[in-house]
Design a protein around this ligand. Structure first.
Ligand SMILES: Cc1ncc(COP(=O)(O)O)c(C=O)c1O
Length: 405
């Protein structure tokens, strides 16, 4: 049976060029970068090269790159690290942070923990497309606000948030705050889903911190990055050795770091200079496939709808609801036909609760439960999508018959 993988937002296969680059660092060049001898130095050179590749991509200095075990760790580091730094100054004022209601669970749950430990957290609402309102952010800022964390592109519905606009607005707000001697508000973005397709130059975005992950960009799992702008006051959350400038203790995952560096260096240059989408390149090709599939599904399947923004949407994301069916049942049927898709995010799809993202977009629970996410990849073809469409039409008809719709 032919297998069609349409779950690239959950993870991507490792690119052959990436794998080739990683291989020597498992057994031939296996040194620990913290060792002084030649084995160690050879490994450290590889880590340094990867650091340069990431810095080139983000448009920052190598000293601002922290390698982590993935974006979950980078996001935890951000929320906990910024709060802990303020706590360490023994300030009597409670800190306040702002995030959105559509973040990945690793941000939302870090915020919940912070709340239990006394930090005030505001969760911004989104509109029906999942987009945050700048005025809302402005109104939510308080004197004790120390951090705003907003994801760049949503992992479930692919909605792109106005990160550069928020960055621009915050620059002005921070200038005013400086005059009043109020604490600087740091700006973090979880860019995990954006890296393949959107400009991630940290100065263009105006961010102080940015998280990304290896396995979403045709690199390995278990490795990520936290970009921390020079001068950002943040406390380490892990005790141990002196790796990563004393900020992130733990032996470097050398093959993983090498792989992440290579994977990021392979992202087409034109992607790096556009804020929403690119034309005449690979991004455009995948976007055309996305729009073709959405159009065909809406035409062929009555009572179907697209969730998320049409305009501000990642080029590979299709999130649709099919009235009268259960997303999980459809997922199983598609899987039995060799088609891999997802309901909501990979991390929360085991839960029976409707997606928090669709709920925040005011999509009724029965429509949220009837949603499926298809995320295309660089090898997805029109033939793949035509086959998926055929199976989809047939299985939805069958499921609707069973439910008596
Ligand atoms: C938006 C977003 N943030 C964070 C993560 C977590 O990344 P990692 O798997 O590297 O911990 C994911 C992965 O699904 C994601 O999509």
């Amino acid at each position: 049976m032919k297998k069609i993988y349409l779950d690239h937002a959950a993870t991507t296969p490792v690119n052959k060029k990436v794998l080739d680059e990683m291989m020597p660092y498992f057994s031939q060049k296996f040194g620990n970068p913290s060792s002084i001898h030649q084995f160690g130095q050879e490994a450290m050179e590889a880590v340094d090269k990867a650091r340069q590749q990431v810095a080139d991509f983000l448009g920052c200095s190598t000293s601002e790159i922290i390698f982590t075990s993935g974006a979950t760790e980078s996001n935890n580091m951000t929320i906990k690290g910024i709060i802990n730094e303020v706590k360490s100054q023994k300030s009597k004022v409670k800190s306040h942070i702002i995030t959105s209601s559509v973040e990945h669970p690793c941000i939302l749950n870090s915020c919940k923990t912070a709340e239990k430990e006394g930090t005030e957290v505001s969760y911004l609402k989104v509109d029906k497309d999942g987009i945050i309102d700048l005025e809302d952010i402005k109104k939510t800022i308080r004197e004790n606000t120390i951090l705003i964390s907003i994801l760049y592109a949503n992992n479930e519905v692919g909605t792109i948030e106005p990160i550069a606009e928020i960055g621009e607005m915050l620059k002005k707000i921070n200038l005013e705050r400086e005059k009043k001697r109020l604490p600087k508000i740091y700006f973090h973005t979880d860019a995990v889903q954006a890296v393949n397709y959107l400009d991630c130059n940290v100065d263009n975005l105006g961010v102080d911190l940015l998280s990304l992950s290896g396995h979403k960009i045709y690199g390995p799992k278990g490795v990520g990055v936290l970009y921390v702008r020079q001068g950002t006051k943040i406390k380490s959350i892990q005790d141990g050795g002196e790796q990563e400038n004393n900020f992130r203790a733990g032996t470097h995952n050398v093959p993983g770091i090498v792989g992440l560096g290579k994977a990021i260096s392979l992202i087409p240059v034109e992607t790096r200079h556009c804020l929403v989408s690119t034309t005449g390149n690979k991004t455009e090709k995948i976007k055309k496939l996305r729009d073709y599939f959405i159009g065909e599904v809406l035409k062929s399947i009555p009572n179907s709808q697209l969730n998320g923004s049409k305009e501000f949407r990642l080029p590979h994301n299709i999130n649709m609801s099919f009235k009268g069916i259960e997303g999980e049942s459809l997922l199983m049927m598609l899987d039995a036909n060799g088609i891999a898709v997802s309901t909501g995010s990979a991390c929360s799809s085991a839960s029976l609760k409707p997606s928090h993202v669709l709920t925040a977009m005011k999509i009724p629970p029965e429509i949220a439960h009837a949603s499926i996410r298809f995320t295309l990849g660089k090898n997805t073809t029109k033939e793949d999508l035509d086959f998926v469409l055929k199976v989809l039409v047939e299985k939805i008809r069958r499921l609707r018959e069973i439910s008596g719709m």
